[in-house]
Every structure is written in C-alpha cells, then in structure tokens.
Design a protein around this ligand. Structure first.
Ligand code: OXT
Ligand code: ADP
Ligand code: MG
Length: 571
C-alpha cells in the first residue's frame, strides 16, 4: 500500500494537512489551543489565529499541556495542546500522562520527523518514535498518514478522550503531512463531528436496587465525592441526592464546592470520624487509591460496605470488595438511585447525621481560632485565614493550589462554594501544574483566578507567569515564601547550601514586575488581605510574595507518613 499523496488533477481547488486539521478541530468545537510552536507546527498557530481562534503560546510544553488538561476538566471538551517533535513532545507527554491519570480529556498533537528516517534510525532532525512512546501514557495513540484521514483521526481522538473514563489521546502528525495536498471538495467530505461523543451509561436496574437497599439499611451512611463527580457536570442532581437522602458527605480535594463546603451536611471537618465510623460509603467518582488509603487500614475504622459509582467497570474491586457496584455515568446513576430511594427515611441515619454535623462544626470553630491568631512571622494558618476571608466574597473565583504545606493547609482552610472551582496537584500530587492551570482556568471560565503556590511548587512553572501577563489574564499568584521545600530553616552542611532550601533573598514580587505584572511583598495577614482584594478588583496579573515563617511547615505536609527516611549512618 502506498503512502504517496493522491494525484489531484490540475485546476481542482486544493486543501492541505494544515487546513484540514484546523477545519476538523473547528468542526469538533475546539476554539482554544494551548501550545508551543516551532518546526514543523509553526503554521498551525499562525493559521489558527488568522481564523479568529485563540492560540495560547507557552514557554514550556509541559505547562501548555497542563493548561489543555485543565481546560478539558473544566469544560468537558478535550483540551488541545500542540507541540513540536521529540523534546517538545516529551515535555507535553508529562502533561498528557497526568491528564490520563486524573481522567481529564485532552488531545496532544505533535509534529514528528519523517517516518522513513525515524524508522530506520538514520538520525533525522528531532528523531523519535513518538507514537510508541506515547502509547502507554494515554488512552490511545494515533498517527495520521494521509490528509484524507485527518477528519477521522480527530473524531476518534475526541471520542476516545471523552467517552467512558475520560483521558488523554496522542495524535502524531509527520511533518510532511501538513503540506500534503488533496482536493478541497474531497477534503471537506472527509470531515465530520461525532454524534454523542460521551454517551450516557445507564446502570442496570438490579445494580441500582442493590445499592439502594444498602443505603436504606445503613445506620451510618456517608457520601464521598471525587473529581469524577465534579467533572460530570450534573450539579443540581447531586445536590438533590444529598438533600433528599440527608446523608453527610465529604469531598475529595477537587470535589470541594461540588456541594458547598458551607452546606449543613458537609462533613469535611469530621473527615476522620466519618471515614472510620460509617457503615456504608457511597463513592461517587472517586477511586479507592492512595488518597483514600486504598479503602482499608486504620483510616477506615469499622468494617463497612462500599457502593461505588464509576463509569469504568474495572475500577470496581480495585482495592477492596465493593458490595454494590454501580457502573455508569454519575448523572444516570445518581438519578436512578434517587428514584429508587424516593420516600425512604431513617431515624438512625438522622441521629448519625446530627452527630457528624456537631463534630464538623466543633472542628471548624476550633480551626477558626487558629486562623485569626497573630504570630511574629505569618504561618500557614493566619495567612490562609486572611485569604479565606477575602475569597468568601468571591465565590466564583477558581482556586489553583500546589505545594505541600501550602497545598494541604489551603485545602483545609479555604472553603469552596461552587463546583469545579478548585484545581490542584491531583492524583499524582504533581508540582508544576500552577501557572498552566491558572491560565486555563482564567481563559475557560472568564473569571478571576487565585493561585496559592508553595515557593518550590511555583518554581516549576514560574517563567509561565510571563504567559499570564502577556495575555492579560486576571490571575493573582500568592507565593507562600517559606524559603524551601516544606520548611526554610533546615541547617546547611558546611560545604553546600541545604538541598531543601532556596535563596532567602528571592523576591517573587519583583519577578512579577520584571515579567510585566504587578508585584507586592506582604508580611502580615492584614497586608495579605489588602493586597489580594486590590489585585482581584484590579483584574491585573499579580504576584503576592507572602513571607511565611520558615519553621512553620512540616516535612511532606499531611502525607509525612509516605516519606521514607533512613535510620542508618546519619551523622
Ligand atoms: O478529621 P481529622 O481530624 O483527620 O482532620 C482533617 C479534617 O477533618 C480537617 N478539616 C477541617 N478542619 C476545620 N475546618 C475545615 N474546613 C476542615 N476541613 C478539613 O483537617 C484535617 C485534614 O483534612 P483533609 O486534608 O481533608 O484530610 P487528610 O487526612 O489530609 O486527607 C488525606 C489526603 C491524602 C486525601 C490529603 O492529605 C491529600 O489530598 N493530600 C494530597 C497531598 C499531595 O498530593 N501532596 C503533594 C505532594 S508532596 C511532595 O511529593 C512534594 N514534592 C516532590 C515533587 C512532586 N510532588 N512533584 C514533582 C513534579 N516533583 C517533586 C515537592 C518538590 S511537595 C514539593 C514542594 C513542597 O514545597 P513548597 O515550597 O511548594 O510547599 P511548602 O510545603 O509550603 O513549603
Ligand atoms: P479523586 O482524586 O477526586 O478521588 P479520582 O480521580 O480518583 O477522584 O476518581 C475519579 C473517578 O471518576 C475515576 O475512576 C473515573 O473513572 C470516574 N469518572 C469520571 N467521569 C465520570 C462520569 N461522568 N461518571 C462516572 N464516573 C466518572
Ligand atoms: Mg516552601
């Protein structure tokens, strides 16, 4: 079979790979592309902009990829990232793998070098077998060899990214294809948009009955929401399920706000109690992975029965036995359960809900005291307390959050009021998602964004701050400057700076000014609150360099239990 382009008779109107790719993306509802250009994809950016679409040009493909993946999470449409070959592709691949791990729909499109040379390893410009390297890190990896296949490839990528468990797709486009021509009329005919790319998946009635029976007979039920429930965008149905059942709920970090943290049934501040004491747990779009101690051990206390709502059938029983699997999309499963549970009422459950609410309220009240206690140098509590007080007046702001102490304390302190308003380090606990996520959140929601980043975490994508200022995005970055990873007070050995510390003279506020933004350094909660309020009101891209006590953090934040330490040979 030949890969040679079809011979087109003279006088016939022509199109080429570049044009067909853009036509196909537009037809599939894509308007924003995140990426970084160069050989062989430069024309994509220029032509995409010339068509009136938006191309967000980043400084490193990894950040463009994180932006695309977050765009996918927030919009339920695949976020698209475009990169050059080999090194650009590899930078983007980190984000594609992260998207797949987090179940975010994303398409990475990379130009690649000529197959004939790559396959014989003859040393082409940026030679790499990208198609196969991508394969284990995403849901599917496709190469397009002929212009007439661009339409079907884009449709397959969109459907694969969106259907079932969402995730990443890689599209490999050898350089030559971009300029390969074919008849414009035939090209047009080769394009289409998929019908119903993420079909509803309805749970079996018997599975719904089984789950409903467990709920009805429970004495201490709990609902646990994960980011799959937030992604599903069936917020009203979820709220109705919570309120109709009266069951306490607790959110995983990115599900915070799916039902407001201020809702009377929220049990976030009684987390240990509800995980340990509950007898039936309804998992909604949340995996029993490391973040949930694999569903076993002392985190989970008394024996319990799990009901698990998930679109991915083989997620069930991944760690422990699931008593009532509900395989389907969140919306269909929740509504089927609601119908089955109509009219049920349980006095036992009401008493449990009351006890949980009391614990939750007491813990919140205790924390509130710490949030307003002044200290000579700001700590995580009083700095985040100040941020929380400002943000409660802006419930629709999207919060981006990374770091260790900066992450764990912010998750605990800062309330979320609306769905999908929190983006963080996700399933991998990955640092560096900050600026890419902030860019996408600002672009896709059109609302202001606040990013709370540890100083280490910020450093992973700091140069991308210029991308934020360049596009005038209303993002306030609060760098929690404690001078190091976890803490800033570690003693250095005689011969070298400690491997956990940063230069204590670093001025993140001045970095902002150098990169075209606003910058302010703050030393007290009052200054922090004032600077944040002013920044949000101004809509200007700003860094607030918040000086945090170097001794305030703890090793690895809330997951110190996962840290491995040597007990041998320490001086
Ligand atoms: O019920 P109990 O008593 O248990 O109490 C809980 C709740 O009930 C209560 N709570 C509340 N109380 C009062 N009021 C309210 N509203 C409230 N809400 C809750 O609080 C507690 C805790 O609740 P929580 O958080 O819900 O529960 P818990 O038990 O913590 O939950 C467990 C987890 C596992 C679900 C949770 O902890 C979690 O989600 N953790 C995520 C952790 C994570 O992913 N961390 C990031 C990775 S750490 C490390 O790997 C780092 N690195 C290495 C590295 C990485 N990651 N990536 C790459 C690419 N390269 C390297 C690095 C470099 S972190 C890091 C940088 C760190 O330095 P920085 O300078 O950036 O940051 P700083 O530390 O600030 O210096
Ligand atoms: P968290 O980290 O918040 O606990 P996870 O990423 O571990 O959440 O889990 C999300 C789960 O949600 C995944 O198992 C995924 O298959 C599932 N999921 C994603 N979208 C849907 C949907 N629309 N309906 C049902 N399940 C979904
Ligand atoms: Mg730090």
């Amino acid at each position: 079979m030949s890969n040679a382009p079809a011979v087109v008779p003279e006088g016939v109107e022509l199109t080429d790979g570049f044009h067909l790719l853009m036509d196909a993306l537009e037809l599939n509802g894509i308007t924003n592309i995140y990426g970084l250009l160069g050989i062989p994809v430069t024309e994509i950016g220029r032509m995409w902009q010339a068509r009136g679409n938006k191309f967000y040009s980043f400084r490193n493909e990894q950040n463009a990829g994180y932006a695309a993946s977050v765009a996918g999470y927030l919009t339920k449409k695949p976020g698209v990232c475009v990169t050059v070959s080999a090194p650009g592709f590899l930078n983007g691949l980190t984000a594609l793998a992260n998207a797949t791990t987090n179940c975010f729909p994303m398409i990475l499109i990379s130009g690649s070098s000529e197959r004939e040379i790559v396959d014989l390893q003859q040393g082409d410009y940026e030679e790499m077998d990208q198609l196969n390297i991508a394969r284990p890190h995403c849901k599917a990896s496709f190469r397009i060899n002929r212009p007439e296949d661009i339409g079907v490839a884009v449709v397959r990528a969109v459907r694969t990214a969106l259907s079932g468990r969402p995730g990443g797709v890689y599209l490999d486009i050898p350089a030559r294809l971009f300029s390969t021509v074919m008849s414009a009329e035939e090209g047009k005919k080769s394009l289409w948009a998929p019908v119903d790319p993420a079909p509803a998946q309805i749970p079996a009635p018997s599975a719904v009955q089984r789950a409903a029976e467990l709920i009805k007979n429970a004495k201490k039920p709990l609902i646990l929401f994960g980011k799959g429930a937030a992604y599903a965008q069936c917020d009203a149905d979820i709220l109705a399920f919570v309120e109709e059942t009266g069951i306490p709920f607790t959110p995983m970090s990115m599900a915070k706000g799916l039902v407001s943290d201020l809702h009377p049934q929220c049990a976030a501040a009684a987390r240990s109690m509800v995980l340990q004491e509950s007898d039936v747990v309804v998992l909604v779009g949340a995996r029993l992975n490391w973040l949930l101690a694999h569903g076993k051990g002392k985190t989970w206390g008394v024996p319990k029965k799990f009901i698990q709502i998930d679109i991915q059938a083989n997620e069930i029983d991944s760690n422990v036995q699931i008593a009532a699997p509900l395989v389907g999309d969140v919306q269909s499963c929740i509504n089927a359960l609601r119908a089955e549970l109509k009219g049920y009422k349980s006095d036992d459950q009401a008493a449990w809900a009351k006890a949980v609410a009391e614990k939750h309220n007491t813990t919140r009240a205790k924390l509130a005291g710490k949030l307003s206690t002044p200290t000579p140098v700001m700590n995580y509590h009083n700095s985040l307390g100040a941020i929380r007080d400002v943000l409660k007046n802006y419930p629709d702001i999207c919060l981006v959050n990374e770091g260790a102490n900066a992450l764990d304390n912010a998750r605990m302190v800062i309330d979320q009021y609306q769905p999908r308003k929190r983006v963080d380090t996700g399933t991998w606990g990955v640092m560096g998602i900050g600026m890419g996520s902030a860019a996408a959140a600002a672009v896709e929601t059109g609302k202001p964004v606040v990013a709370i980043c540890g100083d280490s975490a910020f450093g992973f994508s700091a140069m991308e701050y210029e991308t934020l200022t360049r596009y005038n995005l209303p993002v306030t970055v609060i760098v929690m400057n404690n001078g190091g990873i976890y803490r800033g007070d570690e003693a250095s050995p005689d011969h070298q700076f400690s491997c956990m510390l940063f230069n204590p003279n670093t001025r993140y506020d001045q970095l902002s000014i150098a990169l075209g933004g606003e910058g302010v350094r703050v030393n007290t909660p009052e200054e922090l609150a004032k600077a944040l309020e002013a920044s949000i009101k101004s809509g200007k891209t700003t860094i607030i360099d918040a000086i945090i006590d170097p001794a305030a953090g703890v090793e690895s934040g809330r997951i110190g239990n996962l840290n491995i330490v040597s007990t041998i040979g320490k001086k």
